[in-house]
Ligand binder design. Structure first.
Ligand code: BEZ
Length: 211
């Protein structure tokens, strides 16, 4: 059965470029980002893995641990890691799961047979400290992901986990937020001391509460 938002992230133990990893132990009390790559030695994946490594400090700052998966064996991953370092200028600095038997790919429904029946799509799962799936994004093999967008959605997830706000279209850190409709105007006085603008009864805009 496919994983959906709000589900428990399926746990697993797998061989990775950093040894045997149990997902839940690896994530500890923090956030996680599990992402799949269609295959080793494929050029878009090479650029993504290098870019994720280069920006690791920004994921660390958000307490997000990265872990990648590709359906090739470990010796192939080690060879590919050399190419990634050489061409992208950053060595892998997070585990890359070897998944030749598709254990992880199947658990997370990362193979979409009408796209390709053996390669994984480019899935991203953001997992919260409660081990629930907070966000899922799926790209086809031919479209590389965007690190800024991944960091942006993590910022939104972390903000909305702490405050009763939602983030509007194209939101970025520091932009105004929307007070969720479950909060009455009376309660909003305490929760949002910076105030808010009521554009419509269901559209109340407030400065980002933690800034
Ligand atoms: C790539 O990562 O470059 C790629 C992988 C599978 C199909 C197309 C491109």
């Amino acid at each position: 059965m496919a994983v959906r938002l709000g589900d428990d992230a399926p746990n697993f133990t797998a061989e990775t470029t950093e040894g045997t990893v149990n997902l839940y132990d690896y994530l500890g009390d923090g956030w996680g980002m599990l992402f799949s790559h269609p295959k080793d030695f494929t050029p878009v994946c090479t650029t993504e893995l290098g870019a994720f490594a280069k920006r690791k400090a920004e994921f660390d700052k958000r307490n997000v641990k990265m872990i990648g998966v590709s359906v090739d064996p470990l010796d192939s991953h080690h060879g590919w890691a050399k190419d990634i370092e050489e061409t992208q200028g950053s060595a892998l600095n997070y585990p890359l799961i070897a998944d030749p038997d598709h254990k992880v790919a199947d658990l997370y429904d990362m193979i979409h047979p009408n796209a390709n029946d053996t390669l994984t799509v480019r899935s991203v799962f953001i997992i919260g400290p409660d081990k629930k799936v907070k966000l899922m994004i799926t790209y086809p093999a031919s479209t590389g992901r965007n690190v800024d967008e991944l960091l942006r959605v993590i910022d939104s997830l972390q903000l909305t986990a702490s405050y009763q706000v939602a983030t509007p279209v194209n939101w970025n850190q520091g932009d105004d937020c929307i007070i969720v409709t479950a909060v009455s105007d009376e309660d909003a006085k305490d929760k949002f001391p910076k105030g808010w603008k009521t554009l419509k009864p269901d559209l109340r805009v407030t400065p980002q509460p933690d800034k």
